[in-house]
Ligand binder design. Structure first.
Ligand code: TRP
Length: 335
């Protein structure tokens, strides 16, 4: 019995925050430990170039994100953990798929459409600031998925359309050139927690309301102290279901601890005390990983070796598939 191939990519932009940890990193690492699954987790660094053209930031983000996943327990022996840019067959496949993907399909991609709409709303030329990278982004993503014949692609809701486009392109290829690709399926976990940020909205870099994942414990404490609360005094009962402090607590606590905190809210725990307990709980969970993260950031060669080995283990798969594709489309040796 061959295992299910589950593949997902992480665009290497920005610095990971608590919302990424709870909503994406922690569940993905847990899922990668399932022995019936072959997990492929990669750093989508070519995708990062679409969003960021500052080379130092691109390099730094990639390093931070790689170190974050490793520090939080991703096991590179049990998972294929690699950089997109270390697998040249991905970009080669991307071109072959580009020649087959309908332009009309790309016109419908949400990210591209949103960019055009923003231009129209601000009376710009509809193409203003739109690169071919942004336009073709779903094709590169299709190549990421199809190169390893992934069965399942766990993604957020915003990415379902891209996985469906990958499926569409694969189908088109198979129909025209013969059975070559597995048709991938998007998998969306509706139970993953969407963490609230400092202001109670979804935690997101674009809202500037994040709690950083790593850094000094003092920074974590400071961020937690900034979580917005109401003006209820110590001793006055508080509504846990209306509180970001409680919501973040729940993302880290077990069932018994949740009940305890619920009771403490009913008993009128002071906001300062609730935040102190929250800091201690989050810090206890993150402290061991923070030490590993700091070590990996200070020793980038450790991470480099892991990623290079990840790519080396995978290249036989990607070169075999690309060989098949080249033959199928007629790029063949003459004799
Ligand atoms: N586009 C995805 C995102 O922004 C990242 C990504 C790139 C990806 N290639 C992928 C996800 C392939 C799943 C499969 O979140």
């Amino acid at each position: 019995m061959s295992s299910t191939r589950v593949l997902t990519g992480i665009t290497t932009t920005g610095t990971p925050h608590l919302g990424n940890y709870v909503g994406a990193i922690r569940p993905a690492i847990a899922a990668s430990r399932d022995p019936s699954v072959d997990a492929y987790l990669f750093l989508a660094d070519y995708h990062a170039l679409i969003k960021n053209q500052n080379p130092d930031e691109v390099a730094q983000s990639s390093r931070e994100i790689a170190a974050t996943w490793l520090a939080l327990g991703l096991d590179p022996e049990k998972t294929y953990f690699y950089r997109q840019s270390d697998i040249p067959e991905i970009t080669e496949l991307s071109w072959v798929l580009t020649c087959l993907a309908a332009k009309g399909l790309m016109n419908r991609a949400h990210a591209y459409k949103a960019a055009v709409q923003a231009n129209e709303e601000s009376d710009e030329d509809p193409d203003f600031g739109i690169t071919m990278g942004l336009f073709s982004y779903p094709i590169l993503m299709a190549a990421d998925i199809l190169i390893f014949n992934a069965h399942q692609v766990p993604v957020g809701r915003d990415q379902i359309q891209h996985v469906e486009m990958a499926r569409d392109i694969a189908q088109r290829f198979n129909h025209h050139y013969g059975e070559t690709f597995t048709l991938p399926e998007a998998v969306v976990d509706d139970h993953v927690a969407v963490l609230q940020g400092l202001d109670g909205r979804k935690m997101s870099k674009s809202y500037g309301n994040i709690i950083p994942l790593f850094g000094k414990p003092k920074q974590l404490q400071k961020a937690i102290n900034k979580i917005k609360t109401n003006l209820l005094e110590p001793g006055e009962p508080k509504d846990p279901d209306d509180s970001t402090v409680f919501q973040v607590w729940c993302a880290f606590a077990d069932e018994a601890e949740r009940e305890q905190m619920r009771q403490a809210f009913a008993d009128g725990i002071a906001w300062g005390e609730a935040k102190k307990q929250l800091f201690e709980r989050v810090n206890d969970e993150l402290a061991p990983s923070r030490d590993i993260y700091d070590r990996l950031m200070a020793n980038p060669e450790e991470v480099e070796v892991i990623l290079e080995q990840g790519a080396e283990r995978l290249r036989p798969q990607s070169t075999a598939l690309l060989e098949k594709v080249r033959h199928a489309v007629g790029l063949r040796a003459y004799c």
